[in-house]
Design a protein around this ligand. Sequence first.
Ligand code: FNR
Length: 367
Amino acid sequence: EGPIKIVNLDELESQVAKNMEKGAFGYIRGGAEDELNLNKNTQHFDKKYIMPRVMQGIEISDIDLSTDFLGIKLKTPIIQAPMAAQGLAHKEGEIATAKGMAKAGSIFSLSTYGNKTIEEVAEVSGNNPFFFQLYMSKNEAFNEFTLKRAKESGAKAIILTVDSPVGGYREDDIRNNFQFPLGFANLELFAQQNSDGSKTGKGAGISEIYAQAKQAFTPADIQYVKKLSGLPVIVKGIQSPEDADVVIKAGADAIWVSNHGGRQLDSGPASFDVLPSIAKVVNKRVPIVFDSGVRRGSHVFKALASGADVVAVGRPILYGLNLGGAEGVNSVIQQLNKELSINMMLGGAKNIEGVKATQLYTDKDFQ
Ligand code: FNR
């Protein structure tokens, strides 16, 4: 427990591998099929270059990471991606993660499949902003019940994840016969009052859980969630420019460019590769969140310079949680902040607006 020493985020994975039960580690680390998409997500940041700049008259103390997103002031452009079942990583689960993100001056997002309730997260968050991520259920009563609680608890936005009508084919989970050891608190709460016989996490596999969720999404679902919650809706899991346009026209307040960290369609492109064409279509109509594969401050820099407004991080946060609880989560964000600040200093951008305005280069520019 406490702050952890980090040299880089990649090295955390091997430390956690020794610390965590095999099935739990496989569920967190793994990607779909051959893990091509998982690996490309990180590797393809290397296709773009940041030009070293000098004579910019910037002191390291001038570097300013603060920004805002949907009217919320943040100390860093790095937020936490919603992740299920955080009790796998730490006994306090989502409570510790929410505390860690609050410490970092950033946003915590609670998954529908979290091990803690929305109310528990609201309580530890105090005045710090948090979001609720919805996996829509086929049972409308669940959606109504849960979105009402999110609104009443003070969530600042709903993240509607639409990229998981089925779970990707994740081989570690099959190999390890992985089942969730703990219940999903928000499913349990609904079941206590209106049992519809559905599974609530404990003792279930990921495919059984996904099978209960809504599969056939249409643009009308965005208005449905907006109406029920009365909150801004961020549509998560966009990779195609066409889909970005469809969801914005349907009323999305923000879009979240993500391929679920390589856990869904293994043959898809790296999330970073699709970002520029999506940003072009979005054309600043709504803000853009980006995730999948971010492990370095330079990756954050490049995503912001390619059209993202904020950048989310997944697995490394659970590794920090496992190794150090709330302080470990904060350590992960601080490590990325440190690397981002160094990249900004060397790349000639003193604030987030400057990073966004920075031109990136490719090999083609040097032929
Ligand atoms: C996820 N992700 C996810 N997304 C979501 O919308 N709801 C969820 O419940 C989950 N659960 C989940 C569990 C675990 C263990 C992982 C690793 C991921 C996807 C997540 O929000 C994010 O898109 C990716 O994790 C980003 O990729 P990186 O940063 O992990 O590479």
